[in-house]
Design a protein around this ligand. Structure first.
Ligand code: IPD
Ligand code: CA
Ligand code: CA
Length: 285
């Protein structure tokens, strides 16, 4: 007898919650007590004892409940049964740079992909004690209260967020031009330093949209489910269906999606922009 792969979503959502809270407890215990910080290879890409200990706790929870599933964890890589249709994408500390500096914006992100599509997402922010949860078809909550995306319906009235990947010094495709352009066309563009918190903030409506490149599935798997289940849209920059492994996404409240996508696609390299004078031709102010 074949069991529908989506039947157990409420159970998987509780497992993801247990894992995220367990990882979050570890992050709280290391807060302000780090002995040292290592670089993973690329300049600025940090890892700490807290990342590793939090990941170990998350993995322990997953292995106890779902030993037959696959896992993709930021610090440990591929684990478990990779042939399984179920793949957990784990970021035990999303916002390591913030954490290492004691800037309190970071989260544990636990996502479950079923047949390659994000189906369950939990993002836990230990600094604010906010628990964001969602599963396909079951809605999205913040601290167990239903949450919805914002109702802002124009880019000119929007507040967006973005980020810059660790390869930003090595590529011209580093999101600087997009950041300048959209800063000009909106009420502001923030950079929090935690992709999963950014997606959670779009989902709960305090931000209207988020875009970024250079992301990994563990950064975004959980947050995608939060935004979609809160009524928002998540796609590639051009509005086409998102490939989670593409590393690039646009997430909005839905109402500003088309406009944000159009503006992102017309961005030209920073060096070719003749300065603020050119940008101000489009400026709403
Ligand atoms: C990073 C954060 C950041 C984003 C980077 C990510 P990490 O994750 O999510 O906001 O801009 O691209 O790599 O390294 O703190 O887990
Ligand atoms: Ca991350
Ligand atoms: Ca991380």
């Amino acid at each position: 007898m074949s069991v529908n792969r989506f039947d157990r979503l409420p159970v998987f959502l509780d497992i993801a919650t247990e894992a995220a809270l367990a990882g979050g407890a570890v992050l709280k215990s290391y807060w302000g007590k780090l002995d040292g910080v290592e670089e993973k290879g690329r300049s600025g890409d940090l890892v700490t004892a807290a990342d590793k200990a939090a990941e170990a706790r998350v993995l322990e929870v997953l292995r106890r409940h779902v030993p037959e599933h696959g896992i993709l964890a930021e610090e440990s890589g591929n684990l478990g049964r990779q042939a399984s249709p179920f793949l957990w994408a784990i970021d035990p500390l999303d916002g390591t740079t913030n954490y290492a500096h004691q800037y309190p914006v970071f989260a544990v992100s636990v996502g479950l992909l079923i047949e390659g599509k994000p189906a369950v997402g939990v993002v836990y922010n230990p600094a604010t004690d906010e628990l964001f949860r969602a599963a396909k078809g079951l809605g999205a909550t913040r601290n167990r209260v239903s949450m919805r995306v914002s109702t802002t319906d124009s880019l000119a009235r929007s507040l967006l967020v973005t980020g810059f990947a660790y390869d930003r010094r090595e590529t011209d495709d580093n999101n600087y031009a997009e950041f300048c352009y959209l800063t000009h066309l909106t009420q502001g563009v923030r950079r929090s330093g935690s992709a999963s918190v950014d997606l959670a903030h779009v989902a709960c409506g305090c931000l209207d949209g988020y875009w970024e490149r250079g992301l990994s599935p563990w950064d975004i798997a959980a947050g995608i489910v939060l935004v979609e289940e809160a009524g928002g849209r998540v796609t590639a920059y051009d509005g086409s269906p998102l490939e989670v492994t593409s590393g690039r996404l646009l997430a909005t409240n839905g109402k500003i999606h088309r406009e944000t996508s159009d503006r992102l696609l017309e961005v030209r390299p920073l060096a070719s922009l003749p300065g603020v004078g050119h940008l101000s031709e489009r400026s709403p102010v």
